[in-house]
Design a protein around this ligand. Structure first.
Ligand code: ATP
Ligand code: MG
Length: 562
């Protein structure tokens, strides 16, 4: 069953979630003295919005109950992992506002101990070296409807297993020639218990351990034991690992581990219009569909950050969607709602004209300049005021003048009037056109009695934004839309892939935009509402003091002055 969580501003905050409840009860009953959780990313890509849910849950529980949370890199796969990812993951966790306890951990810190425990299992007659090829092993494994068959190598003596495992470690065999397996039950209805692999041969350099090892422990053999070494009390993972729990417990029951953690599963975050798989996100990067992992259209935490999302909004989102055990698809609108709400309350207002059309106010004196004062925020006076010079020549947006207006158009039309935000009412007198009939300039008149006052004897409905022509700064503006054009990017015509669902209109670059000069002082942390256009921030990669580049974080929910 799929439940849609829709973008409803009334969504009440979940007062509780089942994992919180479990932790609370464990503490009350004295089953644990102090909560220790962990966030265990594999450093094979950048973190995405799904990881944010897990981060908020694990670090959030530790914060709430005065416990601690470890950041542990689950680095058992040397060939797909890189230091770049480790650095990016640390940065993202910190940016989200969380602190891990002690230095960070790596599963590779425990390779020595895990190797000892593998030898221990061999000595107990509970692990053996198997020579089946991957293909043969698959056939022996059986299926969901059919029991597996014992490997012909299952009954090797303990001595032979110890010898072969030592030779695996010493590099005597090639990749894939042999594996170490647990001896559990080839007929178990749970496939994970059918003699799972403990160690594989991989002649590959590891980013932490270099060339020390040529055998690497499997995820299943590593994860629970790492939890036990670190004294994790609540090991929280996504529902796909529910079937691994019996194996998780089998290892803890059969090894002399220092503690017995418990695994709990919750439903992963799925967002419509969004991909949350590192492998697929990596493909978008590698195949250059996007400008890197932090492309503002990416569902990565670094992408959202570059786009202008705040950590507060992402944490708020994770709290709102809650933690449950039912698979659900969350509407992207919920996340958009969270960032809008956050920015609406906090972002100073400014004006930027995206498609400038020069307006000459013919009855305004050529040498006159008036300094107008506009508040930075309509509700938050503490943000203060900004100054905007009013001159004879200004820019308005090309879309705000229309000679063939649709019904209900409240902006400027020939002979019509409109208010300039924070300024006067102007009236369109004459459009100057080029040889092709494009409007290149507009001549208007202004009513000097309308500064901060309604005009006498007539109503002017529309309000448009503007900037002075001379005293404004040029800039580039990038408008983003959803990266995928369908709600379920994975759903394609036969033979297609999620790449076929990419929205080719998801980035629109506008050059030659004009912004009010107060924006020249913007810093990377600043967010603005460009009136009528949405929320914006400087692009952290491409913006330079002499050539500003703004990213649109999100559109306004309702644009005024339609
Ligand atoms: P991906 O499928 O993107 O590769 P993963 O689960 O392999 O994700 P890990 O680095 O292993 O990525 O994940 C670290 C932690 O984040 C795990 O505990 C995992 O359960 C959790 N996690 C990953 N994706 C999601 C998601 N969509 N929603 C909630 N938690 C997630
Ligand atoms: Mg994983």
């Amino acid at each position: 069953m799929v439940i849609y969580i829709m973008s409803n501003s009334e969504t009440s905050l979940p007062a509780n979630n089942f994992i919180r409840q479990i932790v609370r009860e464990d503490l009350q009953a004295g089953r644990c003295q102090k909560v220790i959780t962990r966030f265990p990313p594999e450093p094979n890509g950048y973190l995405h919005i799904g990881h944010a849910k897990s981060i908020c849950l694990n670090f959030g529980l530790a914060n709430e109950f005065n416990g601690v949370c470890h950041l542990r890199f689950d680095d058992t796969n040397p060939t797909k992992e890189e230091q770049e990812y480790i650095d990016a993951i640390k940065h993202d966790v910190e940016w989200l506002g969380f602190h891990w306890t002690g230095s960070m951990c790596h599963a590779s810190d425990y390779f020595e101990q895990l190797h000892k425990w593998a030898v221990y299992l061999i000595k107990q007659g509970k692990a053996y070296v198997c020579d089946l090829s991957p293909e043969e092993a698959r056939i022996y494994r059986g299926s969901l409807h059919e029991a597996g068959k014992n490997s012909p190598y299952r009954n090797r003596s303990i001595e032979e297993n110890l010898d072969l495992f030592a030779r695996m470690k010493n590099g005597e065999f090639k990749d894939g020639e042999k594996v170490l397996r647990a001896k559990i039950d080839m007929a178990s209805p749970n496939m994970n218990l059918r003699d799972p692999i403990l160690y594989r041969i991989r002649h590959a350099e590891h980013h932490q351990t270099g060339n020390q090892w040529c055998i690497y422990p499997s995820y299943d053999f590593t994860h629970g034991q790492s939890d036990a070494i670190e004294g994790i009390t609540h090991s929280i993972c996504t529902l796909e690992f529910e079937d691994h729990r019996p194996l998780y417990e089998w290892f803890l029951d059969n090894l002399p581990v220092p503690s017995k953690p418990h695994q709990y599963e919750f439903a992963r975050l799925n967002l419509n219009y969004t991909i949350t798989s590192k492998r697929k996100l990596k493909l978008l990067v590698d195949e250059k569909y996007v400008d890197g992992w932090d492309d503002p259209r990416m569902s990565t935490i670094s992408g959202f950050r570059r786009r202008g999302f705040t950590a507060v909004a992402i944490r708020d989102f994770c709290e709102r969607i809650g933690v449950g055990r039912a698979d659900a698809i969350v509407d992207l609108g919920v996340l958009e709602f969270c960032i809008r709400e956050n920015l609406d309350a906090n972002a100073p207002r400014a004006m930027c004209v995206l498609k400038p059309l020069k307006v000459v106010i013919t009855n305004y004196p050529e040498d006159k300049i008036e300094i107008l004062e506009l508040s930075r925020h309509p509700k938050n006076e503490q943000l203060g005021k900004r100054q905007l010079p009013f001159e004879r020549e200004i820019y308005i947006d090309q879309n705000d003048y229309n000679e063939n207006p649709p019904k209900g158009y409240k902006r400027l039309i020939p002979e019509g009037e409109v208010r300039l935000r924070g300024s006067y009412v102007i009236k369109a007198e004459k459009a100057i056109k080029d040889a092709q009939g494009n409007i290149v300039e507009l001549h208007c008149s202004y009513d000097p009695k309308t500064l901060g006052k309604n005009p006498e004897g007539r109503k002017v409905k529309g309000v448009i934004h503007w900037v002075p022509a001379k005293q404004s700064i040029p800039c580039e503006v990038r408008l983003y839309d959803r990266l995928f054009k369908s709600a379920n990017p994975e759903k394609t015509e036969e033979g297609g892939s999620f790449l076929d669902n990419i929205n080719t209109q998801s980035l629109v670059v506008l050059k030659g935009c004009r912004a009010e000069t107060s924006l020249a002082e913007a810093s990377l942390e600043d967010r603005f509402q460009f009136e009528r256009e949405g929320y914006f921030c400087l692009d952290s990669k491409d913006s330079k003091p002499e050539a500003l580049v703004f990213n649109r974080t999100i559109t306004l929910r309702d644009s005024w002055g339609q």
